[in-house]
Design a protein around this ligand. Structure first.
Ligand code: NAP
Ligand code: G4F
Length: 334
């Protein structure tokens, strides 16, 4: 591994961290992952799946730990994926969200700068379509692109906007290679069950096997531009292989409601009408909602040659199939 390119991933235990580690290892990288907490319950799973990844203890809110992580890994590429990433949770924990998702980005950039790696370490910042806010006046017909206005609608979206701008500021101020991926929702088998798509496919599989009777959800009308996480992390990598640092939207260019997701997911288990199985619970509704997200990925397609592979029905189908296998195992060992 002496001559391998080195990558440091913050958020290694998350959905994108897993996909990215897998792809970078396949490309021959030496991969380091930042892991937080003195006994992180997800450490074991990462070690089991990726024995070749070197884990470094650290936290986005602790600048010294980030300096140590950068010095230990000496990365050619740093992917800053760590964040408080759940929009609903950010309303309940807004200060923590600001500390991690906003100021944490500054801490990462400073760790690269003060260790003298501004010219040698390329940084990817995980920006988000939540920064657009989905409001009517701000919604172009063809979808949001890199020039669209921002109007975040949650403490998460506001914190991410700070991260986005401080990343651009370090690019402009210090000439650092910092690229921001403005990613629309991306899902898959590794998605946390606290997010709506995985919550649905997880429940659908368990309903099919008689392990639970129904699913409790919040609002069902919001629409999202849902893609597959494996396709999207490939786009992150492409951003850091490009000649210059820049901002890129990654999206599918299609938008679908939660009701449409439910229809496809229940059809996978032979149920035509999902309504008897869905209970609406205000606990899962948000103080402010993002009505609709639709992205325009033309810049990433033309400049980076990036294109999503998995379409919406394919995404739902692979998530349900995965969760059916998981539920069968749970039933066997229950
Ligand atoms: P995720 O599954 O929620 O993973 C978040 C990661 O951040 C976890 O590994 C978590 O570690 C880590 N983390 C949280 N607080 C931390 C802290 N204080 N210090 C260090 N690590 C911390 O998120 P994801 O879906 O993979 O998303 C990756 C990134 O892309 C996030 O920044 C997210 O906001 C952004 N994004 C996601 C999407 C999407 O649709 N998935 C779209 C646009 C942007 P623990 O295991 O310790 O909790
Ligand atoms: O799956 P969600 O929690 O994802 P959301 O809020 O769109 O955020 C995700 O995508 C962003 C990119 O646009 C990322 F930046 C962010 O980190 C995260 O990955 O909710 C999707 C929609 C929302 O409208 C929500 O109100 O589903 C609605 N919803 C309805 N019932 C629910 C539920 N969401 C969740 N999590 N749980 C429910 O029971």
């Amino acid at each position: 591994m002496a001559n391998a390119r080195r990558a440091l991933i913050t958020g290694i235990t998350g959905q994108d961290g897993g996909h990215l580690a897998e792809q970078l290892l396949e490309k021959g990288y030496e991969v380091f992952g930042l892991i937080r907490g003195q006994n992180n319950p997800r450490r074991e799973a990462v070690v089991a799946e990726f024995p070749d990844v070197t884990l470094i203890e650290g936290d986005l809110t602790d600048p010294t730990s980030l300096i140590r992580a950068v010095e230990t890994s000496n990365p050619h590429e740093l992917y800053n994926l760590a964040a408080v990433s759940h929009v609903g949770y950010s309303f309940k924990n807004p200060t923590l969200t600001a500390d991690v998702t906003a100021k944490g980005v500054l801490n990462v950039l400073e760790a690269v700068r003060v260790t003298g790696r501004s010219e040698t370490t390329k940084v990817y910042q995980a920006s988000t379509s939540e920064m657009f806010g989905g409001l009517d006046y701000n919604r172009p017909g063809a979808g949001y692109n890199e020039d669209s206005l921002f109007h975040p609608r949650s403490p998460y979206g506001v914190a991410k906007l700070y991260g986005h701008w401080i990343a651009k500021n370090y690019r402009e101020s210090y000439g650092m290679f910092v690229s921001c991926g403005i990613l629309f929702n991306h899902e898959g088998e590794r998605r946390g069950v606290e997010f709506v798509t995985r919550k649905i496919t997880h429940a659908v599989a368990r309903i099919k096997l008689g392990l639970q009777p129904n699913i409790e959800l919040g609002d069902l009308w919001p629409k999202r531009d849902w893609g597959y996480a494996g396709d999207f992390v490939e786009g992150m990598w492409r951003m850091l292989q490009h000649d210059v640092a820049d901002d890129f939207v990654l999206a599918t260019g299609e938008t679908h409601s939660i009701e449409e997701f439910l229809t496809l997911a229940f059809t996978e288990i032979g149920i035509d009408d999902w309504r008897p199985y869905v209970v609406q619970n205000p606990a899962f509704m948000r103080p402010a909602e993002v009505d609709i997200l639709l992205g325009d990925p033309s810049k990433a397609e033309s400049v980076l040659g990036w294109k999503r592979e998995v379409d919406f029905p394919g995404l739902v189908s692979r998530m349900v199939a995965h969760d059916l296998r998981l539920a069968e195992l749970q039933r066997t060992f229950a």
